[in-house]
Every structure is written in C-alpha cells, then in structure tokens.
Design a binder for this molecule. Structure first.
Ligand code: ZN
Length: 253
C-alpha cells in the first residue's frame, strides 16, 4: 500500500530515508514518528551492541544512549563492526557514536563511558523506554534487570556462546525477568565467537525493540529464541515467571 509522502511535521530527508519501512503494514508516518521520538539504551557496544545500535540507527530511532566503559582492542575487530583499526585505544562509545552518526546524522547518539553499577544505573537508564542488554557479564545484567523492573520498562536480553545465540523479551509481570530464567550467573570466562552470530542476535534484539516502540507485531515475552548456527536450527522455549523469584516477586500478574 502506498504511503502519503508529505507531512509538515516530518522532514523530507526522513521521508526519503525511511519510505520503504514506512510501507510496512500498519506503519506509515505516525509509526515512524514514534521511532523518531523514542529513547533507547543499548548497554554494551561489543559484538551484540554494534548490530543492535546500528539497526536502531538505520530504523530512525531518534535517541540512542550507548553505555560501555571498554576501549577498542584489535581482538574486537572480528565482530564489532562499528569500530575500526583507527579507533583502537579509544572508548567504544566514542568510536560507535562516530560510525552511527556518519550513517544517520539526524539521530542523537549519547555515549556513556562508565561501567554499570548499583549506584549509577538509574542515571544511565534515565528515561529510556527500553533497554537492550548487550552485555558480556551477568553482574551488570542483573543490575540492569533490577533497574528495568523499578522503572517498569522492558529489557531485551541477548547472549552468544560460540555458534549458539539466544534472545528473549523481559517485561514482568507479563513474562519473566532475567533472574526468573537465570537465578545463578554462569561462570565468567572469555566466550568463543564467530562474528556473524552476535551480529544476528544483536539484530534480532533491535527488531524486538523496534516492534515494541512501533506497537506492532508480537514480541518474545515469555519465549526464548535459541539459534544454533552450527546446524542452523531455531528453537523456541517457553520461559515462565518464577513465582519465587527474589527480584520480581512483588509484581502481580
Ligand atoms: Zn523474576
């Protein structure tokens, strides 16, 4: 179906840039405006965060806050494509912002170069409407999970191990929180990775966030998608709330 291509509130460059996605069923200018006015936190701009942030920027999400305290190393360049050889030694947030802004200069990309802690998490999340958990450690994931519950915003969890990846949409009480699914943190160790796997999972995380912001489609609330790239099999697991979960126990269905 054709979309009207004139609107006083929407600049022509945006219309030209996004005209094909505005042709999606039920989309149009009004949905594109929702994305333009949206605020999203991408926690981590590594293997998952690079494709997640890129796809948000491509879709025209107007305010992307990226948080990471690491600097770019050459070992990151097998997967983390927002960074280049020229950005080795610089903060990942600054490197990622430069690339994202060069692709879409109409959006605001806000770098926050801090490690997420109990003390700063409320400020880091701020008034974001949704969190993309693209982190590589469970201690920070749990801190974000608790903050998301306090602020009543959803969090899209993504993770990879070797050729396997998973993604789910956490928004209790409609579905589980991170602790419902993972009551104990797995042992922290360096994860083997083929770059295309986090690239795929991070992109799926962005799609979940975009659907939520657009108010279209069906998210992965209560479901976890497991992708085994070694056999190219997708599996969907039901992930219920844990009624004894110590983190989201106070929330009523
Ligand atoms: Zn829970």
């Amino acid at each position: 179906m054709a979309v009207a291509v004139s609107n006083m509130d929407f600049p022509d460059p945006d219309l030209r840039r996004h005209k094909r996605q505005m042709r999606l069923s039920g989309w149009g200018i009004e949905t594109q405006k929702k994305l333009k006015n949206a605020k999203v936190l991408v926690a981590g701009v590594g293997g998952l965060g690079c494709p997640a942030a890129l796809n948000l920027a491509l879709a025209g999400v107007g305010h992307i806050r990226i948080c990471d305290d690491d600097s770019v190393e050459i070992s990151n360049l097998n997967s983390q494509f927002l960074h280049t050889e020229h950005s080795i030694g610089t903060k990942k947030t600054l490197s990622a912002r430069a690339t994202l802004s060069s692709i879409n200069s109409d959006i605001a990309v806000e770098p926050i170069s801090y490690k997420i802690t109990d003390e700063n998490v409320d400020d880091i999340v701020g008034n974001s409407q949704i969190i993309l958990d693209c982190l590589d450690n469970f201690s920070a994931r749990y801190i974000l999970n608790q903050c998301a519950i306090r602020k009543d915003i959803p969090m899209v969890h993504g993770a990879v191990w070797g050729m396997e990846g998973r993604v789910t949409f956490l928004y209790p009480p409609q579905g589980p929180c991170l602790t419902c699914i993972f009551p104990m943190a797995p042992a922290q160790q360096e994860v083997p990775v083929l770059g295309a796997v986090p690239c795929t999972i991070g992109s799926l995380q962005a799609i979940e966030a975009i659907k939520y912001l657009a108010g279209s489609g069906r998210t992965l609330i209560g479901r976890m998608l497991i992708l085994d790239c070694s056999t190219m099999q997708f599996q969907e697991l039901e992930v219920p709330r844990n009624p004894q979960c110590p983190v989201c126990v106070g929330l009523k269905n």
